[in-house]
Design a protein around this ligand. Structure first.
Ligand code: ADP
Length: 721
């Protein structure tokens, strides 16, 4: 009997396609295959098999089964679930899941070995080489020559004569098993209580979620390391996934896992080189790699037996992927845990309101750690009212902050100046004609970067050299830089403290994981006195000698005024200020603000998170907003304004009527033009009981956008631009 294979291709297509299974191929669900699509061969995955031939329309045959482990059924189910939830095609999450499946493998290395044949002529140099080679150690020719203290020619001569031979050694792709005998840190009583509760939850088996809610520096990592240990020890096949929001953080966490389990976990983020990706991908699929530490896309890896998922810094907005396949990794982690029957631990000092609500209602177990570990105390937080004590004109650091920086420097301690803005100045304008420099095809200001001498669009990456004259009116020397970015604050700090060692930490000064690690180490080692940083440095790190955090513009995040502005600002500032005073030395944080009376600032000063979150939750509940209601956004974009207008009007007309659902819009998006495309938005609010994904899918099925128009659906949007 012939069979039909449904093959899902990693592309934006509505469904899996049918192919004929060739005689003798014996496919299984999950197999990776090559299948023809038009003139090309595409790498896809078998999602179903059934008897049949395809009827009167003969099906194209599957070309080949690929030499790579199959995707486990749970991974396929998760991909399909994620696509449905995000109202997108399943090929989109599949494309993420297959990243690494076909990446180039690590090349075999060439090593030189003694063959046992004696050379025709023996010299002292040759004898030394043979002796070194016989001692073993799998060396390349160059290393062997160096180790024997001879020239490369001597080694080559011995190879030519057959006394030495070159052998290709396949790299060891396996992951060593974790060493579960190593002791962890002794836990303090509240850590031990939290760890015991987690272990008890995991011992029950099956899907369960815990919120590990502990102040910065309370030792959440130590607690979840014990949970990881328990899971690995209970089942020799069990695997653990730890998600982190920021690649700058992965190195420190990987080091802690290495110290705890004696092996390096699998590492997964955009900066991992293809051979390691392939190795981790396959190690995860075969079950060989038991611990993965990675960024959000690690959630799509093909785990053979996933038993625990930890989402560290679970509140972090970078868990939300906004381009391509749109998803919130924290929410998907919970969904994956459910599919896998695994435990999920969400850890944060400033949990999202969604997770807090789930903890309050008992859906998640709530484990709290209210004090820092050891003698470390939370920093004292003070506000600097910029209306009363502003910085000098053209400067950004107020006298009170400068004084505190001077005291810190004099005491040999470190300062972190936090400003969540890359570059030198967020706006460049012409003082002659008032023109604001914007990108040619995008409605956003160009940010001045002094290191590179360019004006950069942070949305699209467009950049140009800073012009000599105003491109609008032609006036010379009329362009002025408005407002501060980290580079400008660094310039000011240098002028104030010429003897201090100052560095900038932002995604522009730290392009990859190695560079990030170097900066973090320099800070840990005390080689930096003042670190000027964006949020890349505000999270997770432990800098023992950091005792002062200065927030240059505490109001920055409040300005957009969207649904999560206050929540996000609170989280970011609590995290940033939480870097201070990690060891014995007490820390302090000073926040420069024009709105000291704002609820966010008051909660920070009083160190009263609960008051802030209950007030914020009460407001959300009144408005029926998340976590009490659901939201979805639609962004339609196209190059032609009239065509777009026409399309969104039609789209509004066919929005399905449903109880408990309100559709707002269409409205001009605040970012009305990006890369030459006009943008319009809808916002949909629904009661919690509504299946909003199904509603959005039904709406999408009713519209057929003309070729030039794109419609992106964002379930649970974080960006409202
Ligand atoms: P959090 O993730 O809650 O901010 P960490 O787990 O990073 O906290 O702990 C903060 C610091 O305190 C780290 O340097 C960690 O090694 C140390 N620490 C926490 N708990 C312990 C413990 N029980 N024993 C020794 N050191 C600890």
């Amino acid at each position: 009997m012939s069979r039909i294979a449904s093959i899902l291709l990693p592309m934006p297509l509505p469904e899996a396609f049918d192919y004929a299974e060739p005689e003798g191929m014996e496919l299984n669900v999950g197999d990776q295959v090559a299948a023809p699509l038009g003139p090309r061969l595409i790498h896809g995955v078998v999602t179903a098999l059934r008897d049949g031939t395809g009827g009167n329309r003969p099906l194209k045959p599957v070309e080949a089964r690929l030499e790579s482990p199959p995707l486990p059924p749970n991974a396929i189910e998760f991909i399909q679930w994620a696509a449905r939830y995000s109202v997108d095609w399943p090929g989109q999450p599949l494309a993420i899941a297959l990243r690494g499946a076909r990446a180039a493998r690590e090349k075999p290395t060439r090593v030189i070995e003694a063959t046992g044949t004696a050379p025709a002529r023996m010299t002292p140099a040759r004898a030394k080489v043979l002796e070194t080679a016989a001692a073993g150690g799998h060396m390349s020719g160059a290393d062997l020559a160096r180790a024997a203290g001879v020239s490369a020619g001597v080694v080559k001569g011995l190879v030519d004569e057959g006394a030495l031979a070159v052998r290709l050694v396949e790299p060891d792709q396996r992951f060593a098993p974790p060493d579960l005998e190593r002791p962890g840190h002794g836990l303090n009583p509240s850590q031990a209580a939290a760890a015991d509760a987690l272990k008890a939850m995991l011992a029950e088996g099956g899907f369960n979620v815990a919120l590990l809610d502990g102040v910065t520096g309370s030792g959440k990592t130590e607690v979840y390391l014990e949970a990881v240990h328990a899971v690995l020890a209970a089942d020799p096949a069990a695997q653990v996934l730890v998600l982190l929001p920021e690649i700058a953080l992965t190195q420190a966490v990987i080091a802690r896992f290495e110290a705890r389990f004696g092996v390096r976990p699998g590492e997964w983020h955009s900066d991992v080189a293809p051979p390691l990706r392939r190795r981790v991908w396959e190690g995860v699929a075969t079950g060989d790699c038991r611990i993965v530490v990675g960024a959000r896309s690690a959630l799509f890896l093909p785990f053979a037996k996933l038993a625990l998922i930890v989402v560290d810094e679970e509140h972090d907005s970078s868990y939300k992927q906004e381009d391509g396949f749109i998803y919130q990794a924290r929410d998907l982690a919970v969904a994956r845990g459910k599919i896998e029957g695994a435990g999920v631990v969400l850890a944060s000092a400033t949990p999202s309101l969604e997770s807090l609500r789930n903890a309050e209602t008992g859906r998640y177990r709530w484990l709290r750690l209210s004090a820092r570990h050891g003698t470390a105390r939370l920093p004292d937080i003070g506000l600097i009212d910029l209306r009363e004590t502003p910085p000098e004109r053209g400067r950004w650091l107020s006298p009170a902050l400068v004084t505190a920086m001077g005291e810190t420097f004099a005491a040999g301690e470190q300062t972190l100046l936090f400003l969540n803005r890359r570059g030198y100045a967020p706006l460049v304008l012409c003082k002659a004609c008032g023109e604001r420099m914007t990108a040619p095809d995008t409605e956003s200001w160009l940010v001045e970067h002094r290191y590179s001498g360019r004006l950069v669009c942070h949305l699209t990456g467009f950049s140009m050299p800073k012009p000599e004259k105003c491109p609008h009116c032609g006036a010379a020397e009329s362009l002025v830089s408005i407002g501060p970015g980290v580079e400008r604050v660094e310039e000011e700090a240098r002028a104030l403290f010429p003897q201090a060692r100052i560095a900038v930490f932002s995604s522009d000064t730290m392009w990859d994981a190695r560079e990030a690690r170097r900066l973090v180490e320099a800070m840990e080692e005390g080689e930096i006195d003042i670190l000027v940083a964006t949020q890349a440095a505000a999270k997770g790190h432990n800098f023992p000698n950091l005792t002062l955090v200065g927030v240059v513009d505490a109001d920055l995040g409040l300005r957009g005024g969207d649904l999560r502005a206050a929540e996000r600002t609170y989280q970011l500032l609590a995290q940033a200020t939480g870097r201070a005073g990690r060891k014995e030395r007490p820390g302090r944080a000073l926040l420069q603000t024009y709105a000291p009376e704002h609820a966010v600032m008051q909660a920070l000063v009083a160190q009263d998170r609960d008051a802030f979150t209950s007030a914020e939750l009460a407001e959300r509940e009144l408005a029926g907003l998340p976590p009490f209601g659901r939201l979805a956004a639609v962004v339609a974009s196209g190059p032609d304004a009239a065509q777009l207008e026409d399309f969104v009007r039609k789209m509004a007309e066919v929005a399905p009527n449903a109880d408990g659902v309100q559709v707002y819009g269409p409205a001009d998006a605040p970012l009305g033009l990006v890369r030459g495309r006009r943008r319009k938005r809808f916002l949909v609010r629904a009661d919690r009981t509504v299946d909003l994904s199904a509603y959005m899918a039904a709406w999408r099925a009713r519209v057929r956008p003309p070729g030039a128009i794109r419609v992106a659906i964002d379930v649970d949007p974080y960006s409202f631009l």
